[in-house]
Design a protein around this ligand. Structure first.
Ligand SMILES: Cc1cc2nc3c(=O)[nH]c(=O)nc-3n(C[C@H](O)[C@H](O)[C@H](O)COP(=O)(O)OP(=O)(O)OC[C@H]3O[C@@H](n4cnc5c(N)ncnc54)[C@H](O)[C@@H]3O)c2cc1C
Length: 646
């Protein structure tokens, strides 16, 4: 059975010519600009107020554009970026430990298992230093050394210290910076902020994105908003796994609906499974809590050597412990990248060495670090994380190891974008976690806050100008255009259809079942048989959803079940594409570990000959999706197998 068809053409990547190190500067020096006086004639919609959306809205408005900003939360600063704990990377080389823009670029390309574009990744590393300056200027309280210098720590997959942090609240503090800048523009009348609004559809006029259909979540009112360009910064869709580190509201609906309107998705199945989350403890959870990766700087990960061990951890002597990351990956040890660490944990758990009541975890132990540095130092570094752990589990991690386990966390895949962050729909841009752009098949820790900020503060303001330079004479876009009529009717029909089903099962039941299929068959490891089973199960589940879901209430009032239903309906489609994407890639790379393609010692076996490309998926209505392959060109780095052992 065929699950997809293929076509040869690919949208242009728009990567500037010339040496890698000069590409971005050359782009900035030669792109078209919109003058300050013309910017006020142009309207831009920014969906999302996380780090990507808020930084974009603030910067575009500061530059002179009229911005409309949307989020579904009751406050813009509740966007999920607020949850990020560990840190943000930058090649400042404050530690003088060998860091440089090139090394950061190389670590990121290698960390992503050579499945990202050199030019995008280089730009990320190049702009990273400016982000720290920007954030410091906004008052972000980064952790500091005794003498006042900003402190750094390490995250997985690197051997230098380039992670800047604000205790365990880096996302929140960065977001407060971006949010404050955006609110300054709200006050100045340049940003019109619409909280508690959900985007239901993207409106295209003449093939260009010219607006959105939104639902006011407090009144149920359907609204039309027009603009010269639409920016999606709607975050990750890891909640498709139900149990994940993301908040319940995180969703893929805006990007999925954009996909159905013509925007390609890229590598949708590449999902990061984070190794340091709290293990599932029962059937009634809706979320798994992340314990920041920063803990792996000082914590040592181990499992008992004996299978089905029942002794408490402190009674298991050193010689009966398996520090499996240190054993398998001596050069990086506990700081092996996330994909590798998650897989290694799963392997030990599957072999019967898992710990905890459900035997689904591994230990993260601070005993040695406390002996070496003292409890006070460890408290200073991670105090709030230890407090959080104790609040949730009742266990004091200063005296006993934490229990951790892998969980779905981050979407490396997302809307395909070119170098300018434009999707394959003209005038529709995607920033931050909702695009696929910089992380390849595995994101390095602390690179995501960075990417979201770089996209919004530094990249889009140039690339959008290059596009909008053509629109300075267009005049305002009217919401009376028939394209708005059609999109509004379709959005209303979708809501009515959902409400009319009046079945017997709740939205959450469907979401949970979908999450289980995805976790079992399209997560830490995948196989051809499992993926085919998953596709068939997802199709059945989708069918059952459209016949049997029960959504109480109406659409013209607050109705959180209706909100959830729309998101789960989209997840039920996106999940199928994720499985098809995973099935189509007959190699293992990064987080995409196909059981059929592994080395003798269980490491991912890449196939550069046949798969050094990005998978772009085109929606094809009721028919099979169409795969387009963007070949990856490597000029600066040599493709090698990823080795964290030496
Ligand atoms: C627990 C946790 C810890 C993390 N820690 C780190 C870390 O230490 N370092 C790091 O680099 N990364 C970390 N990450 C990842 C990082 O936080 C995210 O990738 C990043 O913050 C995403 O930012 P964003 O702006 O793209 O999206 P988000 O911050 O998720 O914002 C999405 C926005 O889109 C809006 N939205 C979504 N859909 C719609 C819709 N249909 N209509 C209207 N609005 C919509 C939401 O309301 C929200 O405003 C962590 C992630 C999690 C979950």
């Amino acid at each position: 059975m065929n699950y997809f068809s293929e076509k040869d053409d690919v949208p242009a990547d728009k990567i500037p010519d010339g040496p890698l190190a000069g590409k971005w500067n050359r782009y900035k020096a030669t792109c078209r600009l919109v003058s300050f006086n013309n910017k006020k004639k142009l309207d831009v919609i920014v969906v999302g107020t996380g780090l990507a959306g808020a930084s974009a809205a603030a910067t575009l408005a500061e530059g002179g554009y009229n911005v409309k900003s949307f989020c579904f939360q009751d406050s813009a600063r509740r966007a999920h970026s607020v949850a990020a704990q560990g840190g943000v990377n930058a090649a400042k080389n404050y530690q003088n430990d060998g860091d440089s823009v090139f090394r950061m670029f190389y670590d990121t390309i290698k960390g992503g298992d050579f499945r990202s574009r050199e030019a995008n990744v280089f730009r990320l590393a190049e702009c990273s230093a400016s982000l720290i300056d920007q954030a410091v200027a906004q008052g972000v309280p980064f952790g500091r050394e005794y003498g006042g210098y900003i402190a750094n720590r390490s995250f997985g997959g690197v051997q230098v210290r380039r992670t800047f942090y604000a205790r365990g609240q880096t996302g929140q503090q960065l977001l407060l910076g971006a949010y404050s800048s955006m609110m300054r523009q709200v006050k100045a009348g340049k940003v019109e902020l619409h909280t508690r609004h959900e985007i239901l559809d993207i409106v295209l006029i003449g093939g260009k994105a010219r607006g959105v259909i939104a639902r006011n979540l407090d009144t149920g009112k359907i609204e039309r908003h027009a603009a010269h360009a639409v920016i999606l910064a709607t975050g990750g869709f890891g909640k498709i796994y139900y149990l994940s580190t993301l908040a319940m509201g995180c969703n893929g609906s805006a990007i999925w609906r954009a996909h159905k309107k013509g925007a390609c998705m890229a590598n949708p199945s590449w999902t990061q499974i984070h190794p340091t989350c709290l293990p599932q403890s029962g059937e009634h959870q809706s979320k798994l809590t992340l314990m920041s990766e920063s803990l792996r700087n000082d914590g040592r990960i181990w499992v008992p050597l004996k299978k089905d061990e029942i002794r408490p951890p402190n009674e298991i002597p050193e010689e009966e412990r398996d520090y499996y990351l240190e054993r398998r990956y001596p050069a990086f040890g506990n700081l092996a990248p996330r994909d590798i660490s998650s897989r290694a944990a799963k392997e030990r758990i599957d072999e019967g060495h898992g710990i905890g009541p459900l035997k689904n975890g591994v230990y993260l132990d601070f005993k040695h670090a406390i002996n070496e540095y003292g409890k006070e130092t460890i408290k200073e570094r991670y105090g709030n994380l230890f407090r959080m752990y104790e609040k949730i589990t009742g266990v004091d991690a200063y005296s006993q190891p934490m229990k951790i386990s892998p969980a779905a966390h981050f979407s490396m895949g997302g809307l395909w974008v070119d170098y300018e962050l434009s999707t394959s729909i003209s005038g529709l841009y995607a920033l931050g976690e909702c695009n696929f752009s910089d992380h390849g098949a595995n994101r390095l820790g602390a690179n995501s806050l960075l990417q979201a900020c770089i996209d919004g503060y530094f990249v889009l303001p140039y690339t959008l100008g290059n596009y909008l330079a053509d629109d300075i004479k267009t005049g305002p876009i009217s919401t009376d255009h028939p394209a708005f009529d059609k999109a509004e009717v379709e959005s209303r029909e979708l809501l009515d259809r959902l409400l009319s089903i009046k079945g017997t099962r709740t939205v959450d039941e469907f979401h949970k079942e979908l999450g289980k299929i995805m976790t079992d068959k399209c997560s830490v490891s995948r196989s051809e048989i499992g993926l085919k089973e998953a596709i068939s199960q997802i199709r059945n589940l989708r069918n059952s959803f459209w016949n049997d879901v029960r959504i109480p209430g109406k659409s013209d009032k607050v109705n959180s079940e209706l909100e959830k239903a729309g998101r789960v309906a989209d997840y039920l489609e996106l999940a199928e594409l994720m499985c098809i994407d995973a099935l189509s890639r007959n190699e293992s790379c990064g987080a995409h570990f196909r059981e059929e393609y592994q080395t003798e010692d269980g490491e991912a076996l890449r196939n550069d000959q046949d798969f050094a490309f990005l998978s772009l998926w085109e929606h094809n209505g009721e028919n099979q999706p169409i795969l387009h392959k963007e070949k990856l060109k490597f000029k600066e780095v040599k493709l090698v197998s990823r080795d964290y052992k030496k």
